[in-house]
Design a binder for this molecule. Structure first.
Ligand code: 5RP
Length: 207
């Protein structure tokens, strides 16, 4: 299983600093949606230039104009771009077209989707690289939030999937057991007192 660090910070300088610390322990560096909105596409270029050996994920969360939005993120240096599962299939197909032309990949984010396994199977058929079973920061803050629900849904989907929803050192082994290809960790790394140590421990917890 791969580890993806989600950088939900607000400046390119902070993102470069965090990426520099944690890069040895992660496979994929994600530029979070608030970061891209705050800094623009240039943050993607800055991170890719600093870490050309890493897969750079632009969390665009695109809902419309899939081909155009994916293409501008790929042109800036992204290797993977996220499109929302709630988007029309034509939006996802357009993004896949841009990815295919550039030899890159699309990840569909199932945030807010009720029947995640069913939608995952539909979008997988459109040619996306993998599907993200995701509970966003606001959903995680609701009483009774349970990561296990996401893990069961991912396992039931029978398509390549990632998991994002407050993954931490206490849950990463369960994420791996669920069969996920990628575990996404944001707050567990960027909010840690020692982000490099936190990322190292996540990596060490993999079997
Ligand atoms: O995309 C996001 C929020 O929409 C986050 O990047 C994702 O949820 C991972 O962060 P965390 O591990 O803190 O949940």
């Amino acid at each position: 299983m791969k580890i993806q660090v989600a950088i939900d910070l607000l400046s390119t300088a902070e993102a470069l600093e965090l990426a520099g610390k944690v890069a040895p322990y992660v496979d994929i560096i994600e530029l979070g949606t608030p970061l891209i909105k705050a800094e623009g596409l240039s943050v993607i270029t800055a991170i890719k230039q600093a870490h050309p050996d890493k897969t750079v994920f632009a969390d665009m969360k695109t809902m419309d104009a899939g081909e155009l939005e994916a293409d501008i993120a790929f042109a800036a240096g992204a290797d993977l771009v996220s499109i929302l599962g709630a988007a029309d299939n034509s939006t996802i197909a357009g993004a896949v077209k841009a990815a295919t032309e550039r030899g890159k990949g699309i990840v569909v984010d199932l945030i807010g989707i009720a029947d995640k396994p069913a939608r995952a199977r539909e979008v997988a058929a459109l040619g996306v690289q993998f599907v993200e079973f995701h509970a966003g920061l606001d959903e995680q803050a609701q009483p009774g939030y349970d990561l296990d629900v996401l893990l069961s849904a991912g396992a039931a989907s029978q398509v390549p999937f990632s998991v994002a929803g407050g993954v931490s050192i206490s849950t990463i082994a369960d994420v791996q057991k669920s069969g996920a290809q990628v575990a996404v960790a944001g707050g567990a790394i960027y909010s840690a007192e020692d982000p490099a140590q936190a990322a190292k421990e996540l990596q060490a917890a993999l079997v």
